[in-house]
Structure formats: C-alpha cells, structure tokens
Design a protein around this ligand. Structure first.
Ligand SMILES: [Zn+2]
Ligand SMILES: [Zn+2]
Length: 811
C-alpha cells in the first residue's frame, strides 16, 4: 500500500491535500476517506495514492469509507474537466457529483483532558471535592462523565449524555474548566433506510382478543407484516410487545423496499407511432449508438411535435442492447405524469433523480444506478453525473432551459457537461428543444451536431394565430393604463361563453412589484438587496424575490413618514383578482411559485385544468412550461416585453423563447388556438418573430447582433464578480483587478469593467463585475486563472470572487 493519499476536499482552494495512510488501511482512488482538516473532520475523494513524502508533516487519514471507488475513472476525468473549464476547486466539483450527503453525519464528540484526569484522581483520593458552589448532584454527574471518558478515546455527544445524564450546560462548564475537550466527530454512517417487520413464529397458546387480532392479521398475510401496518390497526400498541415477549412474534429489521415517490399509475398505455421526421431522428440515434462513437444531434421540434416519444424509443433501444441512458429534464419538467410514463416504459429499470427527493432517497437512487440495477436514469441537472455503466445515450430535453446552469459553485451547465461526457465515453448526445439556444443551433449549423427538424405537429394540428396588441395605442385610445386590453378582454369573454379554456401569462409574481412614496419619491427596498420589495396581498407582506427577506406592509413611508404610499404595477396575484372582477362567473386558477410549493401542487393544478374544473388559468412562466395542458384555445400574454428592458444580452432570446413556448400551449384537437401578445414594443424582433412562429428568422437576426457585439456564440464569455459586505473593500478589490487586467493587456481578449453590477447589492453583498470576451476559449481560461492567482497574491478571499464561465445572467 502506498504511504500517502492526495485528497480532494470541498473547500474553496484549487488543490488536493496530502495525508498519510496508516498501516492496515486501504483507501482507493475515487473512494471517499475521512480526514482531519483544520478543526474539522471532512470526507473527501482520493485522487492519487503515492509514496512521495511531502516536505511538511502530514496528518493521518482517519477512515477509508469505501472499499471500491464511488467515482470511477470516467467520472473523475469528467470532474477534472469541469474544474478546469469552470475554474472551480475539484473537491467542490466532486461533492456536487456525488449525492451521498446522507452518508456523512455531522456530530460533536468529547474527550477527557489531563486536568480532567487529575480532577478525577483527586476526587478519588479525598473522597470528594467540596468547596464549591455546585450542588453535589452536579458534581456527581461531572465525575460520571470523567469516568466514562477515561477509558475511551472520544465519545459522541449524544451517547455521552445518555450514558451519564449530563446536560449541555454541564458539559460546557467542563469544557471551560479544560477538563474535557469538545471536537468535531463527524463521520461516515450507513444511510440505508430500514423497515421493521413482524414475523409470526407460533400461534399456539391462549390469546386475548387483541392478540388474536394481530396473530390473525399476520397469518392472513402469510406470517409477515410491516410493524407500521400493525400499529395502524385498532389494537393497543402494547399488544405487539406482549406477543414478542411470549416468543410468538419476532421483529426483524431489514433494508426498506425501494419505492418510487410521487409516481401514480398511468391509465392509458404509452404507444409509439412515428411520423417520418420522428423516424428519421430515431434512426440517427440508433445508428450512433450502434457505432459506439460520439455523435451529437439537435432535435428541433415545435411544441407537440412528439419529441418525448423519440426520447423514450431511443432509450428503449439502448436498454434492449443492455446499455445505459440518461435523460435530463428541466427543473419543472419532471411531473409525476412524466414519471408515470417512464415507469410504464422502463419499469424497475428506471431511476429518477430530482430536487424533491430526500438526501436518503437520493443516495438510495444513486446506489441503485451504481450497482447496475437501474440503467435508465431520468433527472434534473445533476443527473448528468449518474454513475451508469456503459453509457450509450444522453438526452437533454428543453436544452435551452436555464435550470441546467448551476448558479453556485461549481457553475457548470449540465447540457455542456452532457456533451463532454458523451465525447469522453463515445456516446450519443441528443439536445431537444422547440426553441434551441443560439449556441446549440449555431453548433448544429456548423455541423458539430446533426440537425433534425420535427416540423409537423402531431395529428397535423395547425399553429395558433398570434395577434400583437400595441399597448401604447391602447393607452391613447382609452386614456388610461390598461392591464387587460379591450381586445384581449373580448376574446376571453368569447372563449368563456363557448366553455373553452383560457390561459393568461404575466411573468411576475406577487400583487404589486413596487411600493412608492408619493411625497419623497422613494420606494421600499429590501434590507439586503438593491431591489424593491414586492407586495403580496393575501399573505400581507412585502417580499424580496431575490433573497426571501420579508417586511410588514408599510402604512407610512419608511423614509419620510408620509402616509401617501402607493402600490404600483401588477403581478400575477393582482391579475387574478382583476380577472375575477372582470369575469365573475369564471373559475380561475393561478400557477406561480406562491400557489405551487411542490411538484404535487403543480400536477394538481394541471389536472384541474385538464378535467375542465378551471376556465381561466393565470400564471408566471410556469404555465408556459406545463407539458400537459390540452384544452386551451386562447393564450394571452400580459407584458410580453417585460424582459426586454433588462440590461442583459440574452433578453431578446429569453423573450422569444418564452413567447414561443406559451403560444405553443394554444390549440385543441382540430380547433386552432389563438394567441394575444400585449406589448409596448410591438416592433421588437423578438415579439415579431415569436408571433410568426419563425425561429429561423429570429435566429439569424439575433446572430447578427451577437456577432457585432462579440457575444456568444461568437465569443466565449465570462462574468467575473467581486462581492463583499463592505463597499470600500469591493471597490478596492475590483480596482486592483481592473488595474491588473489593464496592465497585463491580453491579445484577443476584451475586458469590460470594473462596473457596478446591474443589481448593485444582493444578499447583503455589494457587487462589481467584469465581463470578459474572447474568440479563444483557451486564452480566456488562461487569463482567468492568472487573474485568480493575482487575486490570491493580493489576499482577496477566493469566496469573494465569482468566476462564471458561459454566464447566463450578467445581472
Ligand atoms: Zn417618503
Ligand atoms: Zn433581498
């Protein structure tokens, strides 16, 4: 066994740490070990085992957690690539790749110190150690603690307290006297969920009525029933205990059976019947999989063109070949209905990973995949790291969705990681979208991917007709600001009269986005961010949509005390109220983050819609992304241009995507849908092309703009953010970096900044940023690395500089 292990730890330092491997311990590369780090115990990943003694003294590895790697060679390589590409510490990357947090328990331990040993010894000599204010009881407990610790190295806080009856206060007092030491005693633990079962051993002897009830239940179930089930019966809880004592029943504890949470059975069978375009896509996937060579495929298909069926058939083919596939879906795309489809097609071979799982469930799914029990993996962003063997296919559904980008360290984009993983393993990657990102479409046009267009809507449903309402004109003609134009109002009324369903999108939650003082002109801002607080009427609060801070609804201006506080603007909550007053007969539902707390709420609302229990659905972008809405004949968009005012080069692309997605919700069977966009920028090309369902037109126009401005896909882009709670520090740090960028002048790289970030203060941090652009990704990466080194030399804390490669937001 080599004597040293290099370990990657999840700390913000771009290095691995060397530890000595004690004799008899056998850590493995790619396996987890427990090591001391500063005053803590941490679990990390072994990246190398060697015999090169470092110049400094090393500490010992405390425990080798895994006998076999949890990150195989392929995943280690992928992790290193991410660390390099996104300039993230590799230990943080590995932690993100492994959803095994449940297998590490944070805890505190105590050990006895010399002074404690001495005190115990003295007490033994004199029989007592009086002369103190403490009650004898307390003293007794202290000695019990010392005695208990004497023959033990370190004892977990919980077991020490339960064994000695010591309170937290007593232990704290002993720490102060330096009798005992309090230390991090975190460690690995078995996170397997277990369940208790009652097993019938004998039914002989006399039984009372309650006992007989339990025994009969057990016998009827074949002699074995979950304890939980028995406890739900109408029998005193003690009865089971009595049966156990009499030896008639035995309780056994076993790993709990795997159950899929949030899955409901599908009622109709899932069948594949393909049109020629779908067939073509499927053939390309199958060919690529058979060749075992990397291939990329962009599947561009309007909403309802049947992309999902292609995905599932492709995965089915992979499964039949005994290989593995991963399907990535956006955060909101994984409804219980989708899970049910997957279950129907793949049965027990499917593993589902999403943010609604508990840590334990997540770890369980991970192990099922790792053991090869589930070869078809479906999940949100981090499922791209699923430890499948023999990966043949990765599919990224709605590849343009921003939930694929992680907005914290490591700031990876799951779509791009999927492409890289496919390259590394000679797999096929399929990117699917109704509105592909500029980057992906550009790559397809440059033949990096092959492009398959699914033009036909299933059953040849016609595309909806879109009308643009100029809200400036509406204002001129009516003399006041309208939320719902006369035209949209009339269209809604017509649909309601015909018992058809309507959807209205307003991509802003809450009641009013601004509370403004008419006396001093100031608005009520968040305490932690330079952001106006949003009024939430029903919950009677003001809320920051960036950090979650809440404040009471003000009666008077917080700045000048004036009572003329006005609530301006309209959010989805107010729109719902307004529609209620305009259409009192209509049954109205609302879909936004305030009404939908989890997947189930979302599903319930959609089910209500499909069952015809809702006439009018109001909501934020959530309604644009609901996959299962069928009966809507009119879609209205209020504030179609809201994102266009943002200082962000992706604003037009986002607007186009959102409008296209929501317009795609209109139409039912033979009935063509109708869409109304209300906007103050009726001539903006994002609005115009979305109204004409013209992706290509938008794409070409936007590409010209990107080319002029040297934005992606023509340049690699990084946002470097300097943040901190003290403004003067942030100014000094960004000034230092700015001078450094200027003095080092790098050919072929544009550096903009330092400039105040559009959101100057966020979550208590002041923010200044640089935007770096270069046609050469390599040069950009080298410069960023050098900048981080310079920052380290200048003692700017690593956590205060955020490097966001391929940033989606420049806010
Ligand atoms: Zn005021
Ligand atoms: Zn805030």
């Amino acid at each position: 066994m080599p004597s040293f292990a290099d370990v990657a730890l999840a700390v913000p330092l771009d290095m691995a740490f060397t530890y000595a491997v004690p004799p008899g311990m056998e850590p493995v590369v790619g396996g987890r070990v427990l090591v001391p780090f500063r005053q803590r115990r941490m679990s990390g990943i072994v990246v190398e085992l060697h015999d090169r003694a470092p110049s400094v003294k090393t500490k010992n590895v405390l425990q080798a957690i895994d006998a076999a790697p949890v990150l195989n060679e392929e995943l280690l390589r992928l992790g290193r690539w991410i660390a390099d590409y996104y300039l993230a510490p590799v230990g943080e990357v590995f932690r993100t790749m492994l959803p095994l947090g449940a297998e590490f328990k944070k805890s505190i331990g105590y050990r006895v110190l010399d002074a404690g040993q001495m005190a115990l010894h003295m007490a033994g000599m004199s029989g007592s150690s009086a002369r103190s204010q403490r009650t004898p009881d307390e003293q007794l407990v202290e000695f019990r603690v010392l005695e208990y610790l004497t023959d033990r190295d370190i004892v977990r806080a919980e077991s020490l307290r339960s064994s000695t009856g010591a309170s937290k206060a007593i232990l704290a007092g002993m720490v102060r006297k330096k009798w005992i030491a309090r230390e991090d005693f975190s460690g690995a633990r078995d996170a397997t969920r277990t369940a208790k079962h009652a097993v019938l051993r004998s039914a002989e002897g006399k039984l009372n009525e309650n006992q007989k009830a339990l025994v009969d239940t057990l016998a009827a179930a074949g002699g074995r029933v979950a304890v939980e089930t028995l406890q739900a019966l109408d029998v005193p809880r003690t009865t089971l205990g009595t049966l156990v004592k009499r030896g008639l029943v035995e309780i056994v504890e076993e790993p709990a059976e795997f159950t899929m949470s949030g899955v409901k059975p599908r009622t109709s069978p899932f069948d594949f019947e393909f049109n020629p375009a779908q067939q073509q896509a499927l053939t390309k996937i199958r060919d690529g999989v058979d060749k075992k060579k990397f291939a990329g495929l962009l599947l561009h298909g309007v909403t309802g063109s049947g992309k999902t069926a292609v995905y599932l058939a492709g995965m089915r083919a992979v499964l039949d070949a005994g290989r593995s596939a991963i399907l990535l879906v956006p955060e909101i795309g994984l409804t219980p209905a989708v899970a049910a489809d997957l279950h129907q097609v793949f049965g027990g071979e499917v593993a589902i990973l999403h943010s609604g799982l508990s840590d334990q469930e997540r770890a369980e799914q991970w192990h099922r995949i790792s053991r090869g029990e589930a070869r078809m993996v479906v999940g949100t962003r981090s499922a791209v790291f699923a430890p499948v063997a023999d990966l043949a296919l990765i599919i990224v559904d709605e590849e343009q969705d921003s939930s694929y980008k992680q907005e914290e360290m490591p700031r990876y984009h799951a779509r791009d990681v999927a492409v890289m993983r496919a390259k590394m393993t000679n797999a096929v990657v399929v990117l699917g979208s109704a509105t592909p990102s500029l980057e992906s479409y550009f790559n397809a046009k440059k033949n990096k991917y092959s492009l398959v267009e699914l033009r036909d809507r299933v059953e040849d449903r016609p595309l909806p007709e879109v009308e643009i309402i100029d809200m400036r004109q509406e204002f001129q003609e009516t003399g006041h600001e309208q939320v719902i134009s006369r035209k949209l109002s009339q269209e809604i009324q017509e649909r309601l009269d015909r018992n058809e369903q309507v959807m209205v999108l307003l991509n802003r939650r809450g009641y009013s986005p601004v509370a403004l003082c008419r006396t001093c002109g100031k608005s009520l801002e968040c305490r932690n961010c330079a952001i106006a607080l949003t009024h939430h009427k029903r919950e009677r609060k003001m809320e920051c949509h960036y950090c979650g801070y809440t404040a009471p609804v003000p009666r008077n201006c917080v700045h000048c005390g004036s009572e003329y506080v006005y609530f301006l603007g309209t959010g989805s909550e107010k729109l719902e109220e307004l529609l209620h007053s305009m259409f009192p007969q209509a049954r109205i539902g609302r879909l936004d983050r305030d009404t939908v707390r989890g997947r189930e709420d979302f599903e319930r609302m959609l089910a209500g819609m499909n069952a015809g229990e809702i006439d009018l659905l109001v909501g934020t972008q959530m309604i644009a992304k609901g996959h299962d809405i069928h009966g809507v004949t009119l879609v209205g968009v209020v504030g179609a241009d809201m994102a266009l005012g943002m200082p962000d080069f992706r604003a037009a692309e986002r607007t186009f995507q959102l409008l296209t997605q929501v317009a795609g919700r209109a139409g039912r069977g033979e009935t063509p849908g109708r869409v109304v966009f209300q906007t103050y920028f009726p001539d903006h090309y994002a609005v115009q092309y979305a109204a004409q369902h013209d992706f290509l037109g938008f794409y070409e126009k936007e590409l010209r703009f990107r080319s002029w401005m040297h934005y992606p896909p023509y340049s690699a882009l990084a946002n470097v953010l300097v943040r901190g709670e003290k403004l003067d520090e942030v100014l000094r740090w960004s000034g230092l970096l700015g001078k450094w960028f200027e003095s080092t002048r790098h050919e072929g790289i544009r550096v903009l900044g330092p400039a105040a970030a559009p959101i100057l203060r966020l979550k208590r941090d002041y923010r200044y940023h640089f935007v770096l652009k270069s046609p050469s990704r390599e040069k950009l990466n080298t410069l960023l690395r050098a900048a981080l080194n310079y920052a380290a030399q200048q003692k700017i804390p690593r956590t205060q500089i955020v490097v966001d490669v391929d940033a989606l937001w420049l806010m």
